[in-house]
Design a protein around this ligand. Structure first.
Ligand code: TGC
Ligand code: FAD
Length: 392
C-alpha cells in the first residue's frame, strides 16, 4: 500500500468539543495505526491472515477494555475516548477494530458487568494485556437475527454443567483462549458461560473463503459434551437482555469505527482527485466528482456529530439501545456508500491494494451485517417510534 498520508476531516471544528484527554487518546491511537497497521494490513488482508503481532500493541495503547476500570487492567477512559479509539483503529482496518470490539465489549464487558469478583480478577487483567484473546458466541447456524431461538444448551450435572451445541460466524474463534458463550439451561433461560480452550469436547474450526474482514479470523465454536465448572457461569444477569446488553456497547463502538473507515475513504479520494489529471485538469475540478466529495463530507460531518452526542449520553448512562441502533445503522450505511463512491473516483486504481478503499468497502459488507443487520436496526428504530413490534 502507498504510504499513509491520512489527514482527518473536521469540517465543523468538532475537535473544539473534545477534551485534552480525548485528543491525546485519539492522536496516540492514530499514530499507532499509521506506524503498526497501515504498512502491513493490506498484505495480511490479501493473504487472509490475522496479524497476531498487533495484539501486544493494541493492549499497550489501551484498546482492550478502554472503559473497564484500571483495577481490572482496563484503561479507565470515558465512552468518547473509547469511541475515538475505535474510529482510529477502523480507519486502519475494520478487522482490527473487530478484534478490539469483541475483546472489550463482548468478552471483558460481560465478565465485568455480569461476573463475580473472582471471575473479574481471574480473566480481566489477562484479557486487557492481550495474554488471553476472547470470543463471543451468540449466533448459531439457524439463529442469527433472532438469537432468542438458540438451541445451544447446558444441563446441571451436580458438580458441573454439560454444554452442547454450536456457534457460527464467531470472530477470533480459531485462536481464542476463552469464549463467552450464551446457552439455554434446562428451563430454557439464557445464561453466559466462560469456556476455556483445552476443555475436552470444545473445538473452533476456522471459516475460510471470506471476501470481507480478511484480516480477522472467523470460525465456529463447537461443544460436544463439554464439562463446564460451575464457577464459570456468569451469575449476575441472565435472559436475552444479557447478551443484547453487550451488543449495545459493541454497536456503539462500531458506530464510531465505521466513521473512521468512511473518513479514510474520503481523505484518499479527495487527495487523488487533486492529483489525477484527465482531460487536461484534475478530476476534482469536474462537477460530478465534486458532488461526490461534497456529499461525503456532509455525511461524515453529520455522523461525527451523531456519535459525539451519543457518547455524551452514554457517559451519563442515558443512551438508549434504540439510539445506539440508529447510530450503528446510519454510520455503517454512510460509510458503505462513501466507500463505493470513493472507489469509483479512483477509477481502475480503486480496485487495487495500492489504496485502502476496496478493502474498507469489502470489510463494511460484514460490518453492515454483524451486530444486527441494517434492516434489524431499522426495525428497532421503527418499534421505538411507533411502539409496535414488527418482529413478532
Ligand atoms: P426482545 O423480546 O425484544 O428482547 C428480549 C429481552 O432483551 C431486552 N433487550 C435488550 N437489552 C439490552 N440491550 C438491547 N439492545 C436490548 N434489546 C432488547 C428486552 O428488553 C427483553 O428484556 P426482558 O427483560 O423483557 O426479557 O427480543 P427479540 O427476541 O424480539 O429480539 C429483538 C432483536 C431482534 C432486536 C434482537 O434479537 C437483536 O438485536 N437481533 C440481532 C442479533 C445480533 O445483533 N446479533 C449479533 C451477534 S454478535 C456479533 O455479531 C459480533 S460481531 C463482532 C465483531 O467482529 O465486531
Ligand atoms: P439472518 O438472520 O438469516 O438474516 C438474513 C437476512 O434476513 C438479513 O438481511 C436480515 O436483515 C433479514 N431479516 C432477518 N429477520 C428479519 C425480519 N424480522 N424482518 C426483515 N428482515 C429480516 N456472531 C456472534 O455471535 N459472534 C461474533 O463474533 C460474530 N462475528 C461475526 C463476524 C462476521 C465476519 C460475520 C459476517 C458475522 C459475525 N457474527 C457473529 C454473526 C452476525 O451477528 C450475524 O451474521 C447477523 O446477526 C445476521 O445473522 P444471519 O447471518 O444468520 O442472517
Amino acid at each position: 500500500m502507498a504510504s499513509d498520508l491520512f489527514q482527518s476531516p473536521d469540517y465543523y471544528n468538532i475537535d473544539d468539543l473534545l477534551s485534552e484527554e480525548h485528543i491525546l487518546v485519539r492522536n496516540a491511537t492514530r499514530d499507532w495505526v499509521k506506524k503498526d497497521v497501515s504498512p502491513i494490513i493490506e498484505d495480511y488482508a490479501q493473504k487472509a491472515e490475522f496479524p497476531k503481532q498487533m495484539v501486544a500493541g493494541l493492549a499497550e495503547i489501551g484498546a482492550f477494555g478502554p472503559y473497564i476500570p484500571q483495577e481490572y487492567g482496563g484503561a479507565g477512559l470515558d465512552q468518547i475516548s473509547y469511541g475515538l479509539m475505535m474510529q482510529e483503529i477502523e480507519r486502519g482496518d475494520s478487522g482490527v477494530r473487530s478484534t478490539c470490539s469483541v475483546q472489550s465489549s463482548l468478552v471483558m464487558y460481560p465478565i465485568y458487568a455480569y461476573g463475580n469478583e473472582e471471575q473479574r480478577k481471574k480473566y480481566l487483567p489477562k484479557l486487557a494485556s492481550g495474554e488471553f484473546l476472547g470470543s463471543f458466541g451468540l449466533t448459531e447456524p439457524d439463529f442469527g437475527s433472532n438469537p432468542g431461538g438458540m438451541v445451544t444448551n447446558f444441563k446441571d450435572m451436580g458438580d458441573h454443567y454439560l454444554l452442547n451445541g454450536a456457534k457460527l460466524w464467531i470472530s477470533n474463534a480459531p485462536f481464542c483462549d476463552v469464549a463467552v458463550v450464551w446457552a439455554k439451561n434446562e428451563e430454557g433461560r439464557i445464561h453466559g458461560l466462560i469456556v476455556e480452550r483445552g476443555m475436552e469436547g470444545f473445538s473452533t474450526p476456522e471459516t475460510h473463503g471470506k471476501w470481507s474482514l480478511r484480516a480477522s479470523a472467523t470460525g465456529e465454536l463447537v461443544f460436544s459434551n463439554v464439562k463446564i465448572p460451575k464457577e464459570n457461569l456468569l451469575p449476575n444477569k441472565s435472559g436475552l437482555g444479557a447478551p443484547l446488553g453487550c451488543l449495545d456497547s459493541a454497536r456503539y463502538g462500531i458506530a464510531w469505527g465505521a466513521l473512521g473507515a468512511a473518513m479514510d475513504c474520503y481523505d484518499t479520494a479527495l487527495r487523488y482527485s487533486k492529483e489525477r489529471v484527465q482531460f487536461g485538469r484534475p478530476i476534482g475540478g469536474f462537477q460530478l466528482q465534486q458532488k461526490k466529495l461534497a456529499e461525503m463530507i456532509t455525511e461524515i460531518t453529520k455522523a461525527q456529530l451523531l456519535v459525539l452526542r451519543l457518547g455524551q449520553l452514554k457517559n451519563k448512562g442515558l443512551a438508549t439501545s434504540a439510539q445506539i441502533s440508529m447510530a450503528k445503522r446510519n454510520n455503517v450505511d454512510i460509510a458503505l456508500k462513501i466507500a463505493r463512491d470513493a472507489r469509483q473516483m479512483l477509477g481502475g486504481m480503486g480496485i487495487t491494494g495500492e489504496f485502502p478503499i476496496m478493502r474498507h468497502m469489502m470489510n463494511l459488507e460484514s460490518v453492515v451485517t454483524y451486530e444486527g443487520t441494517h434492516d434489524i436496526h431499522l426495525l428497532i428504530t421503527g418499534m421505538d417510534v411507533t411502539g409496535i413490534n414488527a418482529f413478532t
